[in-house]
Design a protein around this ligand. Sequence first.
Ligand SMILES: Cc1cc2nc3c(=O)[nH]c(=O)nc-3n(C[C@H](O)[C@H](O)[C@H](O)COP(=O)(O)OP(=O)(O)OC[C@H]3O[C@@H](n4cnc5c(N)ncnc54)[C@H](O)[C@@H]3O)c2cc1C
Length: 379
Amino acid sequence: MEQGVKERLIQIAGPENYTESLIDIVAYSYDASDNSGRPCAAIWPRNSGQVCEIMRLAWEKNIPVTPRGAGTGLAGSAVPAAGGIVLDMSRMIRILEISIADRLVVLEPGVVYEDLDRALAPYGFFFPPDPASGKVCTIGGNVATNAGGIRCAKYGVTRDYVLGLEVVLADGRLIKTGARCMKSVSGYDLTRLFVGSEGTLGIITEALLKLVAKPAWARTALVHFATLADAGQAVYEANATRYLAQLDAVEAEVKAAIARIPADRRKAITSHDAFGYFVKAYGIEFIAPQGVSTEAEASAKDVGRIIRQIKAEKIPAVFLENVTNPRLVERIAKESGAKVGGQIFSDALSDAAGPAGTYIAMMKHNISQIEKALAAGPA
Ligand SMILES: Cc1cc2nc3c(=O)[nH]c(=O)nc-3n(C[C@H](O)[C@H](O)[C@H](O)COP(=O)(O)OP(=O)(O)OC[C@H]3O[C@@H](n4cnc5c(N)ncnc54)[C@H](O)[C@@H]3O)c2cc1C
């Protein structure tokens, strides 16, 4: 970095928020994709005023700037392909306002998805997009990638919840888009233009997000099908009911998870005969409709009814995810008329951060549950 520019950047953000140390530069050369590219420096701005000044300077000096949240993006767009500055937004973490009456939250882009979820929980509200990387990814990254996780079949993606944004443009000008109300219909929809723009149109420094009341309850069931086509048919049929179902390609998740385990440990799993069953298992996630009884008994009845609705008689077993109450397991078995194969840990499938030992133990547990149920034959 040119000495004069470096000095000015340190003046703007403070020495503790500027780095060009090799270890940081290497870390900022990657995100969760296979791409790489080294920046000259990285800066952690603390407020939108600093972002404006940094962008103005970069504009004048023609220095590329790449905004970054948690670096979990899979498209490689947080990688500074053209060098220059990485603008790490992860220190702008203030939740500025939670207004339940207006059903919105105003926050800075570095807030981690799960931290927002935790902050909203006491109010009984949530921000639905739920990317699987929610433990670490940031709201700025979610907005910039238009993220959406497993709930999107029911709730939609990030785009459907962004009411407005504060954005610093490439030349350092700050603009505000959208409005604080649910109905705002006039003018160009600039908010939508920025959502999903992967940091190419400006730096998001504040987001105004719509909140949704949490459903009274939600239960998940993992159902085993002989073929992908059967699972697809079940989704199709379940979609025609008032329930929403989403096909979860467990196979792909399992394969990706295996690839992450070191080869010497991987052997222990792949040599397990029952593993083939697991790879063939496809899951269906049922998302409860809002306003249904909060009683666990009623939820068991509902899950059971859905399983029946999707022709439970064809499936050899039902596996319940994270259900520990044996009475509930019994009830679901009774209501569905299907063989309940016991608890499985589907969380482990996508838990890239989990220690490999725990992961393997969970997989073994799951496999033995499936083996046991399949050996016992159809219900
Ligand atoms: C294990 C795993 C599971 C995942 N699951 C999902 C999933 O279920 N659904 C899904 O949609 N994605 C998923 N992803 C991808 C990724 O987590 C999301 O795209 C997430 O929204 C990225 O957030 P981030 O904070 O990590 O952003 P980064 O990766 O840091 O950045 C992503 C993009 O956003 C831009 N950006 C970041 N902050 C700002 C800002 N303040 N202003 C302007 N631009 C900005 C960056 O320049 C880049 O273009 C997953 C990734 C992993 C590794």
